[in-house]
Ligand binder design. Structure first.
Ligand SMILES: [Ca+2]
Length: 498
């Protein structure tokens, strides 16, 4: 008797089951596998039962780590299934807006640095902590940055890796506005921990930007590398409520809090975009993956506004601002682009200021619409930042006795856009992480470098004005000598018409 029919009868449902599971997994397991619709985004709730989820980070294996403000790091599968056992319980003082906040995955997570970085408020300060991840469990590994005093409000705490491989942290004024302008305070700032240093401890972070009140979201525009930060405007006790900001962060920039508000914040940096009526912007994410009409756009989650704002850019400028999910899911906090190109957004209805439903807090999954997007245009924009090559991570430097480093020459080269015309005035801005020694602006002509300008600057930002002699794209470089500190390298440089 041939057993085959019987075997088939048993195997068929199993085979169908495997196929069904595979079909379920496909959309979440690879870029480009999303079933996008033409002209419309699709929205669904994939996770329920969280308590004040604050931030999301995706592991290389596709799982997400979601922080809950009360101290738990939760594991969520690509399909949204919430693991019952947290990966970690972080000891925090959850008073007011403090607690367990931001999360970021080490850029070398999959190649020997399985670390997760958290911002948390144990006691009365905020720290950047490093945890080691193995399997489904995290163990504490060290404090990277501390000494960020906390009050009950304005902790901020978003933590992200930039395109330069450094770790950036947004810190709020902690309810003391003067700290935002105090260069000795780590509050009211965007801080930077150089590449590699985040695997050490007790880092004195660089201050990238000052004059911020409560920057809860930081993100880089794909292609250009421009850094944007969301900013809560005053909320009553420290000014008439309103004037939430999106700021284009440039190193050394001062964003005016608490001295200025609104569209014009001169002599400080004015916002790139303003919400005159409070939305309480929290997380921001750019859509960096291709294949969607939203590629290159940014999404900003609004707490009080109960809204997700979709921002379109023309280069550095915000040219459109559209409201999504308005009043449909309540307060929205974290937003992240998943590895498959979907967008995950968390509610924050159990944070004491919302009206939770039984399913709260939730993760909402949005499949952006099909389309082309404009990723290329963002990177080609005049004035785009040129990123310096990453410095050697301090942790990987050979151990040598500490002494003054010899002057280290270096270069940063970029091609000026065609809009920088021959004979017309143009400007170059080079930004260093410290004060460089001597700096030369050079242009390449007929195969040789010609020095256009020399400077011995007294600050980290060096500006040159020049008139290109030859038409077409100008290949420019900044040649510099370090003043002795190993970090005195050009971070960024840009050139644009004056
Ligand atoms: Ca401002």
């Amino acid at each position: 008797m041939p057993p085959l029919p019987l075997l088939r009868a048993h195997l068929l449902p199993i085979a169908l089951g495997v196929a069904a599971v595979a079909a379920l997994l496909v959309p979440a397991s690879g870029a480009g596998a999303l079933a996008r619709a033409e002209g419309a985004h699709q929205v669904g709730v994939i996770t329920t039962g969280l308590v004040v989820p604050w931030d999301i980070a995706f592991l290389p294996d596709g799982r997400a780590l979601v922080t809950e403000r009360g101290g738990a790091v939760r594991i969520v599968s690509p399909a949204g299934a919430l693991s019952a056992t947290p990966a970690a319980r972080v000891s925090v003082t959850e008073n007011g807006e403090g607690g367990l906040l931001g999360i970021a995955i080490d850029p070398a997570f999959a190649s020997g640095a399985p670390y997760v970085y958290l911002t948390a408020t144990p006691g009365s300060e905020m720290q950047v902590q490093r945890w080691r991840f193995a399997g489904s469990t995290m163990t504490f590994d060290g404090v990277v940055v501390d000494g960020i005093p906390m009050g009950t409000i304005h902790s901020s705490g978003r933590v992200r890796f930039g395109p330069d491989g450094a770790l950036y942290v947004g810190t709020g004024d902690a309810g003391v506005p003067a700290r935002a302008q105090d260069p000795t305070s780590r509050n009211g700032k965007v801080l930077r921990v150089p590449p590699g240093a985040f695997r050490g401890g007790g880092v004195a972070p660089e201050v990238v930007a000052t004059g911020l009140r409560h920057p809860q979201g930081i993100a880089w525009q794909p292609g250009s590398g421009r850094l944007y930060a969301t900013e809560h405007g005053p909320s009553g006790f420290d000014g008439v409520s309103g004037d939430d900001e999106l700021n284009l962060i440039v190193p050394g920039g001062n964003y005016g809090w608490p001295h200025r508000r609104g569209w014009d914040q001169s002599p400080y940096h004015s916002p790139a975009h303003l919400w005159p009526t409070t939305i309480a912007p929290s997380g921001i994410a750019f859509l960096a993956l291709p294949g969607s009409a939203w590629s290159g756009k940014a999404l900003v989650a609004g707490l009080k506004g109960k809204v997700l704002r979709l921002l379109s850019f023309d280069g550095a400028r915000v040219v459109a601002d559209e409201a999504l999910l308005l009043n449909q899911y309540g307060r929205l906090r974290a937003v992240a682009e998943a590895p498959d190109g979907a967008v995950w957004v968390t509610t924050s209805n159990r944070d004491g200021r919302g009206t939770p439903v039984s399913a709260d807090d939730r993760i909402i999954r949005i499949v952006p619409p099909a389309g082309e997007g404009d990723l290329a245009a963002l990177g080609a924009e005049p004035g785009a930042w040129a990123e310096a090559p990453a410095a050697v991570p301090p942790a990987e430097r050979p151990a040598t006795p500490r002494r003054a480093a010899p002057a280290a020459p270096g270069l940063l080269t970029l091609t000026a856009p065609a809009s920088v015309r021959a004979g017309a005035r143009a400007r170059v801005v080079a930004v260093f992480s410290g004060t460089p020694g001597r700096v030369a602006l050079q242009a390449r002509r007929a195969g040789r470098w010609h020095t256009l300008r020399l400077a011995t600057p007294s600050r980290a930002v060096v500006r040159f004005a020049f008139r290109p002699r030859t038409p077409g794209a100008q290949v420019m470089r900044v040649r510099y000598r370090s003043a002795g500190r190993s970090l005195d390298r050009p971070l960024r440089m840009r050139v644009r018409p004056a």
